[in-house]
Design a protein around this ligand. Structure first.
Ligand SMILES: [Zn+2]
Length: 241
């Protein structure tokens, strides 16, 4: 990944880089939680509480993405695929593999590990949040946990959309690869599906903007552009012979 590294650390033997663009998403999440989500689910708390909870939510989101990428990385490493590093940047995270998986099963397992981690984290936050709420420990903390439950389930589902380069697109490529017995052809098909999804997401973003939801609309649009470019560039690596 290009860009500027804000800071770097090692965890479980992986190099973790935080790109400076991550600051933008951290600020955006904190702001939207503090100004919209928490005021709507927690009445009677101060503005400062909402902002502190927003920052806590953003930190939890950060850890959730990191663990999602760790999921991919641990499974890849178990197959003997070296991990160049994990980068967290404006559109989430990416675990850079040293080389492609050797067979469809490896690709499937590496891709599925991330959404599985997000799904399990969602369940974990749901469970802890329920306990915190019913034991009357802290209503604001329970609200943060409820947000983290929701965001992890959304991450799991969004990433499972069969649109390359999303995890679901990699799972789709693994299935095509097994069927076609041709990695290049599977990649071209998965990339085409990815580009189709990116156009749909762009249209959705534009629709959202025209309906006054500027931030979420622009966000969808930029994510769609990022996905489109990634799908297009991977397809270019495997031209039709
Ligand atoms: Zn993933």
């Amino acid at each position: 990944m290009g860009g500027n590294t804000l800071f770097e650390f090692r965890m479980l033997g992986f190099d973790i880089k935080i790109d400076s663009s991550w600051l933008f998403i951290a600020a955006l999440i904190t702001w939207s939680l503090a100004s919209r989500w928490f005021p709507s689910v927690l009445s009677g708390y101060s503005l400062i509480t909402h902002w502190l909870l927003g920052a806590l939510g953003a930190a939890g989101f950060f850890i959730s993405i990191l663990l999602h990428e760790m999921g991919h990385s641990v499974v890849a490493r178990n197959y003997g695929i070296p991990i160049k590093g994990i980068t967290l940047f404006i559109f989430g995270g990416v675990a850079e593999l040293g080389h492609n998986p050797k067979n469809p099963k490896q690709e499937f397992m590496v891709a599925a590990a991330g959404p599985l981690v997000s799904f399990l984290l969602g369940l974990l936050f749901f469970g802890i949040g329920g306990m915190v709420q019913s034991a009357g420990i802290s209503i604001p903390l329970a609200a943060v946990l409820r947000y983290l439950f929701m965001i992890n389930i959304i991450l799991a589902i969004f990433n499972l959309v069969p649109a390359f380069p999303l995890d679901g697109g990699r799972i789709f490529r693994a299935i095509l690869w097994k069927g076609f017995k041709d990695y290049g052809k599977a990649t071209r098909w998965a990339a085409k599906t990815g580009m189709f999804f990116a156009y749909a997401l762009m249209a959705w973003g534009v629709w959202d903007i025209f309906h006054g939801n500027y931030i979420s609309g622009l966000w969808s649009f930029f994510i769609a552009m990022f996905l489109h470019n990634a799908a297009k560039s991977i397809a270019a690596h495997y031209p039709k012979k």
